[in-house]
Design a protein around this ligand. Structure first.
Ligand code: ADP
Ligand code: MG
Length: 198
């Protein structure tokens, strides 16, 4: 049901946090009081849509990627699914469109921002580039593309409906994942109450 969007610079830790969150949510769903919800957790990322980092270097490829992402989310956001979008989600307009999809099916939505300085993210990205193994998605971004994506990044604005609730994880402080707060915001009883006001 709920839609959870990750956001952050390249190599800001989005994929790491998305898997941590998926594990947390799956554990919660296995607890007896939540069995009746029969929910599953899906992660949608660029690779599962058939794209690599290279898509961000070409406006037309990026447009196709956005189209594929929107249709995948439209298809997956059902009553029985929690959908985590593990991608940069750096364009405000895209976050707005994804928010509208959640609204249309009357489900909850939140944003998880992996906050990191560009220098720290660049350092992690360089370290990644040194590692030779790893699947395509685990590979570093080209330095030029990295800089461009940092420049193009549109910071979340918690006072905008489509960027809230916003959970900010300060990566260099290794903030603990606020799993419970995210659960309460998008799955918990309060989130599902018919008169729950955001
Ligand atoms: P993204 O999906 O945003 O590109 P990843 O989650 O794949 O980022 O993380 C990029 C690299 O940084 C990985 O090698 C990961 O192990 C490492 N990493 C993740 N979180 C942190 C952190 N808080 N501090 C330092 N390194 C991290
Ligand atoms: Mg990633």
């Amino acid at each position: 049901m709920p839609l959870i969007l990750m956001t952050g610079y390249p190599s800001s830790g989005k994929t790491t946090r998305a898997s941590e969150l998926k594990r947390y949510l799956e554990e919660r769903l296995q607890q007896p009081e939540n069995h009746s919800q029969h929910m599953t957790v899906h992660v949608v990322d660029d690779r599962s849509l058939g794209f690599t980092h290279a898509a961000y270097a070409s406006p037309s490829a990026e447009k196709n990627l956005r189209g594929a992402l929107l249709s995948a989310v439209e298809r997956l956001v059902t009553k029985r699914a929690i959908v985590i979008v593990d991608g940069p989600n750096y364009i405000k307009g895209l976050r707005y469109q994804l928010y509208c999809i959640a609204r249309e099916v009357a489900t909850t939505h939140c944003l998880v921002h992996c906050a990191i300085s560009p220098d720290h993210a660049r350092e992690i990205n360089r370290a990644r580039a040194q590692e030779e193994e790893g699947e395509e998605e685990d590979k570093a971004y080209d330095e030029g593309l990295f800089d461009e994506l940092v420049m193009r990044y549109e910071e979340p604005n918690p006072s905008a409906r489509w960027d809230s609730p916003l959970f900010t994880l300060v990566q260099h402080e290794r903030d603990a994942l606020p799993g419970e707060a995210i659960w309460d915001a998008v799955v918990g009883r309060r989130a599902l109450a018919p008169n729950f006001a955001t």
